[in-house]
Ligand binder design. Structure first.
Ligand SMILES: C[S@@+](CC[C@H](N)C(=O)[O-])C[C@H]1O[C@@H](n2cnc3c(N)ncnc32)[C@H](O)[C@@H]1O
Length: 278
């Protein structure tokens, strides 16, 4: 069996591998969703998109297990969808680099105790509070090139024993442009085809495929061991890993096969870690 050595991102080998999808493209100077904020704000709306509402937010709230005296820092909060599902008593701070999404969050929030601030979460944040009981990153870590800087930064805002919850598009089964369904009609089997996994990737995501000059966002793929590596390197201990499947159900001729596929291949990977220092 050939065993491939794990190479932490940032190393020379990882750097060589990193830009396989951006050949000929200008490297993005930032990963803000400012340019797609109108579309994203409408898509997520007040309660969240389908998966926010049916899977991500209910399960994140359970995992966070916030109490009346908890305080939550929501990194890359977008237009603030999580805030609108929280108890009004929780101290909440959302940060995102996209000013238009932060303004949308402020406009939608009904709670004067909840704050939203424009900031780059890979750098020192423009906030004073440094002892949050919880920090979360909901579906945003993979949109930021330097996840290592985000984790190194997150710990500066957590108290000792504080919890960090990260929700990712599942890095094994949902690698943009590198994973797809394979349908075996004869055996009525639907399975996942994965072209690459260990190689860190920078992948452009076209927001409106088929539309000329469609806006782009970026996705950054890393294997799961990378996340473990940057968490342990910043004094986080992984407490729990959850894998969340879709709750959708098919009907019709291929229902059994499609439902099995959904149950077998999770959409999301969630890591809950505890911060050991401070
Ligand atoms: C997929 S959206 C997720 C937003 C929100 N958490 C949600 O679930 O709706 C990714 C977000 O990451 C933000 N982002 C990207 N790079 C960032 C950075 N360096 N600092 C802060 N936010 C960033 C984008 O502006 C965008 O709002």
């Amino acid at each position: 069996m050939r065993v491939k050595k794990f190479t932490p991102a940032g190393s020379a080998v990882a750097k060589r591998r990193r830009n396989v999808y951006s050949k000929g493209m200008k490297s993005p100077t930032n990963t803000s969703w400012q340019g797609v904020s109108g579309w994203y704000n409408k898509l997520v709306d007040n309660k969240g998109d389908y998966y926010h509402q049916h899977v991500v937010i209910p399960r994140v709230l359970k995992l966070l297990n916030l109490k009346a005296d908890s305080s939550l820092l929501d990194l890359a909060c977008g237009q603030g969808v999580l805030e609108r599902h929280l108890s009004p008593k929780i101290i909440y701070q959302g940060v995102d680099i996209a000013g238009s999404l932060i303004r949308a969050a402020q406009g939608r929030s009904k709670n004067s105790l909840h704050r939203f601030t424009v900031g780059d979460i890979t750098k020192t944040l423009p906030i004073n509070k440094k002892d949050f009981s919880h920090v979360c990153l909901i579906l945003s870590m993979q949109n930021i090139e330097r996840a290592d800087l985000v984790i190194a930064n997150a710990k500066n805002y957590l108290k000792r024993g504080g919890k960090l919850v990260i929700v990712l598009n599942h890095p094994c089964f949902r690698i943009p442009r590198q994973s797809s369904w394979i349908i075996d009609e004869r055996n009525k089997l639907q399975s996942r085809k994965i072209n690459l996994y260990m190689t860190p990737l920078k992948i452009p995501i076209t927001i409106h495929p088929g539309q000329q000059n469609s806006a782009l966002t970026w996705s950054f793929h890393q294997p799961i061991s990378y996340y473990s590596h940057i968490l342990s390197g910043n004094s986080f201990l992984i407490e729990k890993i959850e894998e969340w499947v879709s709750d959708k159900e098919s009907s019709g001729r291929f229902a059994k096969m499609e439902n099995r596929g959904r149950e077998e291949f999770p959409l999301f990977l969630t890591i809950k870690a505890v911060y050991l220092h401070n």
